[in-house]
Design a protein around this ligand. Structure first.
Ligand SMILES: NC(=O)C1=CN([C@@H]2O[C@H](COP(=O)(O)OP(=O)(O)OC[C@H]3O[C@@H](n4cnc5c(N)ncnc54)[C@H](O)[C@@H]3O)[C@@H](O)[C@H]2O)C=CC1
Ligand SMILES: Nc1nc(=O)c2c([nH]1)NC[C@@H]1CN(c3ccc(C(=O)N[C@@H](CCC(=O)O)C(=O)O)cc3)C=[N+]21
Length: 351
């Protein structure tokens, strides 16, 4: 009589984002020590999106637990423009986050551009977006003291890959993903496209997949280009590119999408940033239990080496880190004129 065949234990390590969040928080606490007063973040909520409210409440909680001041201002769509201008002008406000979508059309882009660039914690201002796509990392040129601001969710994905040692620290800064092939399933303007660009700028070969098709983002053979180039891969689908990738990152909204794990390379690293809360009714009691679903089915554990099921906690800490960076950048701007007057001649040279 043969013993019942038992499935061998999974070799996949599931990594929860709180580990990465805690490491980044330690860095944030160091930065806080150098400030005289708690940084003040204002969250402007002008939609009825439950996801935005949850995100705002989670941000508020993280702020309050970590020595930041957070004010949620709920306004109507008609008043959002004035609310942004008021926060821009208020010296007691260090950072502003506006929750989108509000109008879900070009008016949202207009609103993104009127947030004061020195208070833009999400990096949505034209100058920051330009720097990101052009692979310009600093605001002050060769001085390299003032880092440009990167969008929070794309940067959170990068911080996860750094934590997982996908970034090779033996290589120089800026080339540390050289040799990796990464699939990003989502090409929205707020997350997927900036993420593909950032990963390619760091040296990866990136396949960006969305409902319309596949694009390849790279700095060319041997990383010869300074910034990434994009090529449309006509006729290709996720089935052609996913098996080539050692990292797969997904962010498809909705509860119905599931990544086909038969496409995964054995031992790939999988990260999901889509977050969908679903109410599941229990047939017996009609009680509602909340379940958080994501893009990978349970079987991902049979093939992946590492799996990160959600990244929300990291996104919020990255937001706080961006806020500190804005304050540091402003401080350096404020001391510049004084330094210049101490050394006669530099003022003319600089202007
Ligand atoms: N955890 C976090 O920090 C954050 C999470 N999110 C979550 O990420 C998800 C995506 O958000 P957005 O990018 O703003 O959404 P979006 O709706 O703007 O973009 C969705 C993207 O997925 C692509 N897509 C949809 N179905 C697909 C399919 N079957 N195959 C391949 N691609 C497909 C679309 O073409 C599009 O590029 C949402 O679930 C959102 O809640 C968003 C922001 C922050
Ligand atoms: N200007 C702007 N920037 C945003 O980044 C933005 C926005 N507007 N509008 C709303 C969406 C939604 N969003 C989420 C972020 C984190 C989680 C999140 O933390 N989710 C948890 C799971 C859910 C939970 O535990 O409650 C996780 O990933 O661990 C969810 C949703 C950001 N958004």
């Amino acid at each position: 009589m043969s013993a019942p065949t038992e499935k061998p234990p999974s070799s996949c390590k599931v990594m929860l984002s709180k580990n990465v969040a805690n490491r980044l928080l330690a860095e944030v606490h160091e930065g806080l020590k150098t400030l005289e007063k708690p940084p003040h973040l204002v969250g402007l909520l002008a939609n009825n999106d439950p996801a935005a409210l949850t995100y705002a409440q989670m941000t508020q909680k993280t702020c309050e637990e970590n020595g930041f001041k957070y004010s949620m201002r709920e306004v109507s769509r008609d008043d959002i423009e004035e609310a942004i201008l008021a926060a821009n002008a208020d010296n007691n406000v260090d950072g502003i986050i506006v929750y989108y979508p509000i109008f879900n059309n070009r008016q949202d882009q207009y609103l993104q551009q009127i947030v004061d660039v020195t208070k833009d914690v999400e990096g949505l201002s034209h100058r920051y977006i330009f720097n990101m796509y052009q692979n310009v990392r600093f605001l002050d040129g060769e001085a390299k003291r003032q880092k440009s601001i990167l969008p929070c969710t794309p940067l959170a994905n990068i911080k996860i890959l750094e934590y997982l040692n996908i970034y090779n620290t033996i290589l120089p800064y800026g080339n540390r993903l050289f040799g990796h092939t990464i699939c990003v399933v989502n090409r929205s303007e707020v997350v997927g496209r900036p993420l593909a660009a950032l990963l390619a700028n760091d040296g990866a070969c990136v396949y960006s997949v969305d409902v319309t098709g596949v694009q390849k983002f790279t700095r060319g053979e041997g990383l010869q280009k300074k910034t990434h180039e994009i090529h449309d891969l006509e006729g290709k689908t996720i089935k052609d590119v996913a098996p080539l990738c050692d990292v797969v990152i997904t962010g498809v909204p909705g509860e119905n999408y599931k990544f086909d794990t038969s496409l995964l390379r054995d031992g790939a690293v999988c990260v999901n940033f889509s977050s969908e809360k679903v109410c599941i009714l229990s047939m017996m009691s009609w009680n509602c239990s909340l379940t958080i679903l994501q893009n990978f089915p349970w079987e991902v554990r049979d093939k992946a080496s590492l799996f990160v099921p959600s990244i929300g906690k990291v996104t919020i800490v990255v937001l706080l880190r961006n806020l500190l960076r804005l304050i540091q950048n402003k401080r350096m701007d404020d001391v510049k004129p004084a330094e210049a007057t101490e050394r006669p001649g530099t003022l003319e040279a600089a202007s």
